[in-house]
Design a protein around this ligand. Sequence first.
Ligand SMILES: [Fe+2]
Ligand SMILES: [Fe+2]
Length: 195
Amino acid sequence: MIPNVDEKYAEIYERAGPYLDTRHNDLHVRIAYGFALRLLEEYREADEAVVLPAVILHDTGWKTIPEDQHLKAFGPKMTDPDLRRVHEVEGARIANEILTAVGYDAARREEIVAIIDGHDSRETAMSLNDKVVKDADKLWRFSRTAMEIDHRRFGYELREYFGWLERQIDDWFFTPEATRMARESFTEARAALIG
Ligand SMILES: [Fe+2]
Ligand SMILES: [Fe+2]
């Protein structure tokens, strides 16, 4: 499930490209974008023009952190929340630059930047748009692609990783539809990977 980014956001995606070339973020963003489209179908009051650019830009900040530091800053063995925070702050800065450069609507730009600024560390959601972005970001973990990448990079056997991931489903999501999608995607991916 790797959708094409809508023409309306193609320039933002193109400008984000050089920043996404780390941590498999190119794949992460495209898969999260697909989940965001599905959530937007369910939650029609959410603003696509905030949600989709926020998903595209949310992890651009990782590019400013050396790759050998990444595993301290995300995943089940994260030990350095300050470093995780750096990717949010830097991502908010980069998003602001890109959205300004393309002449994006100022009110939406500010909302997108605020969402990105707390997309991992802020444990509450500020709005429905924020919920959809947070949920699409985490739903990626339940894609087959992410499971294959993540169990290796986090140092788990596949079965062990599935066990850990399944226990997170009820805690991670803000919207009921995302919880349902996570369960569905998890079940499919587990069947494909371990039968
Ligand atoms: Fe992130
Ligand atoms: Fe992310």
